[in-house]
Design a protein around this ligand. Structure first.
Ligand code: E4P
Length: 413
């Protein structure tokens, strides 16, 4: 068994999400178990190539395998998170380095442990110290932190899926690694034509409505919800509008009778949480909405909510990172596997919100119609398809159906 510390770094894309996903992938490998996680530090890029800034962190792992296999796992995680070959010091989506292995000194062309330039890299040394404060060089026996030359202590911007230097309890039952379940796509609308159009794509998993969306379409609330339930074979959120728990529960019970697809949407207020706990106890599914901080999500989960809806766009609107809220909630829920509330990323404003929610491990994204349409757009797809179609026109026999039919007849298949 190897007791090792791996350094994580990211400067591209959803950096926190990339770090969090790397931890999950490392822990999901049957040979390894993440035992501790560090702070997340933010540092300017070094080396003059990358734009940065980088987020750096570290995890301590127990690994059942050889040093070579551990290096292979690090490279596999980098590949799975989309790391491209890039020059040294370049920006990257994820970097996973073996920083230290207890009792081992490795001097191979492809791997040197402890990392030879560790002393000059406070962004690696700091997280390493978080998770292995007693780390010593296997060769000299000296503490790795005895003669640190760092002068600038990097700025800590958070912690990695657990308390500082804490025990990593979570794991990774959340969506990206859960067998058979990619992130679900709900449509965030009360417009029936939009629901019909996107449902016809064959990938729509559900719909969310809210009082504003219903008011915008101008139709009858119950008729609209009922009609959506006939189009979509999945959860359809319909929101209660009441001031007190008793009225919310009454409305919720009635809405749930419209169709088995209905999920009762409840605001994240004291009255709403009280109603959620009562509806959940009756087996009625709930979507607790208007979530803007992690504690609210924890409380909603304790009340038995089926879904929690963090509003990432509205958080972004007040100059705070909405995606960080998704990451925090996913991490908290992962720490307590008995909570089975699903994270539903709401208030999505653009395609990046969707891919970043998936990276962060959200179970569901509810997506407005215009954003849904943009998800498939790429100019190179369009130009490539135009060229394929034009080139096909010069093929002598372009009738695929006829050609295949003749082939089937000839071969008797
Ligand atoms: C979905 O459940 C929410 O009601 C919706 O996503 C809110 O989005 P908005 O912030 O764009 O109104």
């Amino acid at each position: 068994m190897l007791d090792a510390v791996l350094g994580l770094g990211a400067s591209l894309g959803g950096r926190r999400a990339n770090l969090a996903l790397a931890v999950r992938l490392l822990d999901a490998d049957p040979r390894s178990r993440v035992t501790r996680t560090s702070r997340i530090l933010e540092t300017a890029a070094v080396g003059g190539v990358a734009r940065g800034p980088f987020l750096n962190a570290a995890v301590r792992v127990d690994f059942r395998g050889s040093v070579g296999e551990l290096l292979g796992l690090c490279q596999d995680v980098e590949r799975r998170l989309g790391r491209q070959r890039a020059p040294r010091w370049a920006d990257r989506a994820i970097d996973v380095d073996v920083l230290w292995i207890a009792g081992r000194r490795v001097r191979l062309p492809e791997l040197q442990v402890p990392h030879p330039r560790l002393q000059d890299r406070p962004f690696a040394l700091g997280p390493l110290q978080d998770v292995a404060p007693g780390a010593r060089c296997a060769h000299s026996g000296r503490s790795l932190f005895a003669d640190t030359r760092q002068e600038v202590v990097p700025h800590a911007v958070g912690v990695l899926a657990g308390p500082v230097a804490g025990v990593y309890r979570g794991l990774p039952s959340r969506t990206p690694l859960r067998a058979g379940g990619a992130m679900k796509f709900f449509l965030d609308t009360a417009n029936l034509d939009q629901v019909r159009e996107i449902a016809a794509w064959g990938i729509l998993d559900g719909v969310t409505t809210n009082p504003s969306l219903i008011a915008k379409e101008g139709g009858d609330f119950v008729e609209t919800v009922a009609e959506i339930c006939t189009i979509v074979n999945g959860p359809v959120s319909a929101e209660v509008v009441a001031e007190n728990p008793d009225d919310m529960v009454t409305q919720g019970r009635l809405l749930a009778r419209i169709s088995d697809h209905v999920v009762v949407k409840v605001p994240l207020t004291v009255a709403g949480i009280t109603a959620t706990a009562r509806l959940s106890a009756e087996g009625i599914r709930t979507n607790v909405t208007l979530c803007f901080q992690a504690n609210q999500a924890l409380i909603a989960a304790k009340a038995g909510a089926t879904y929690i809806s963090p509003f990432i766009g509205r958080v972004d609107d007040i100059s705070t990172e909405g995606m960080q809220l998704i990451e925090e909630i996913v991490s908290i829920y992962a720490n307590f596997p008995e909570l089975d509330t699903q994270v539903l990323a709401a208030s999505i404003r653009h395609p990046l919100h969707v891919s970043q929610s998936a990276l962060a491990g959200a179970d569901v994204a509810t997506i407005p119609y215009p954003v849904m349409k943009k998800l498939l757009n790429h100019p190179l797809t369009d130009s490539g398809n135009t060229k394929f179609t034009a080139d096909w026109a010069s093929v002598p026999d372009s009738d695929i159906v006829g050609q295949v039919q003749r082939y089937l007849d000839k071969t008797g298949r």
